[in-house]
Design a protein around this ligand. Structure first.
Ligand code: MN
Length: 252
């Protein structure tokens, strides 16, 4: 579990495999390019299905999630979250989203997220892939500097000040093709240490050439990083794999 094969060429730390029209086709395509993929889920009740499908497929790591946009409606599933947590090291999609909700809903989201963080802290070595739309400051503050696990801010779109705080706390950042091609990315990428960057697709929500991005599309992020870092693409690829290895390996 969570062991990275030496064959791995690319990886995706945030993909909604269960939400594609044909998940089986996407899973098949992982084999061709050896793309290690974290299959996030949006509620605890759908996790067992993803977990079952991932058994026997070393390229898929299932993640247990409770998406902030569903936190109000599905907070009754927190006991299920607690029950399934021992089945995986990966947690996501979790976090906060202040774009869509009222203050009351934000407070509920925060309570749900705090409980998730508490449960994860008790287990010790969880890796979280975290949503933080319009809530970056609260997300970073909620996790804090001494969280006993790893935090990956997925599709970060907050301020540079909060980003620097997150860097100081040791968090990682996962970048998808839509994020890498946006103008907002260039100031962000300058402030994130190279050893803290990972790749994600956030498929099927992110689109590439008008179709749903798949884990293989993480290759599109490499070109942007290659220009930003002035490093050859293959060297960027190696560096990113090294980042994933260190994320998996060194427990703080
Ligand atoms: Mn997502």
């Amino acid at each position: 579990m969570s062991y990275l094969s030496s064959e791995t060429k690319q990886f995706d730390t945030h993909c909604h495999l269960d939400l594609y029209q044909n998940p089986a086709d996407v899973v098949c395509s992982l084999r061709q390019e050896a793309v290690q993929t974290v299959a996030v889920t949006n509620t605890p009740s759908v996790f067992p299905r993803t977990e079952r499908k991932a058994r026997g497929n070393s390229l898929v790591w299932p993640a247990l999630g409770l998406h902030p946009e569903l936190a109000v409606e599905r907070r009754g599933e927190l006991p299920l979250f607690a029950e399934y947590l021992e089945k995986t090291r990966w947690v996501g999609e979790v976090g906060l989203d202040y774009a869509v909700s009222e203050t009351r809903d934000q407070r509920i989201q925060r309570r749900v997220f705090d409980r998730i963080l508490e449960l994860c802290a008790q287990s010790g070595d969880k890796i979280l892939t975290i949503h933080s739309r319009r809530a970056a400051r609260d997300v970073v503050e909620a996790i804090g500097s001494d969280f006993p696990g790893k935090a990956i801010l997925h599709w970060y779109s907050g301020s540079l000040t909060v980003l620097e705080q997150a860097v100081e706390y040791g968090f990682y950042f996962s970048v998808n093709p839509a994020m890498a091609s946006s103008e907002r990315f260039s100031p962000l990428v300058k402030r994130i240490p190279r050893e803290r960057i990972l790749t994600e697709s956030d498929g099927p929500f992110v689109k590439v050439h008008g179709r749903a991005a798949t884990p293989r599309d993480t290759c599109h992020v490499l070109g942007t990083l290659s220009s930003a870092w002035n490093e050859p693409v293959n060297q960027v690829g190696e560096r990113l794999l090294e980042n994933l290895r260190s994320l998996l390996g060194d427990s703080r």
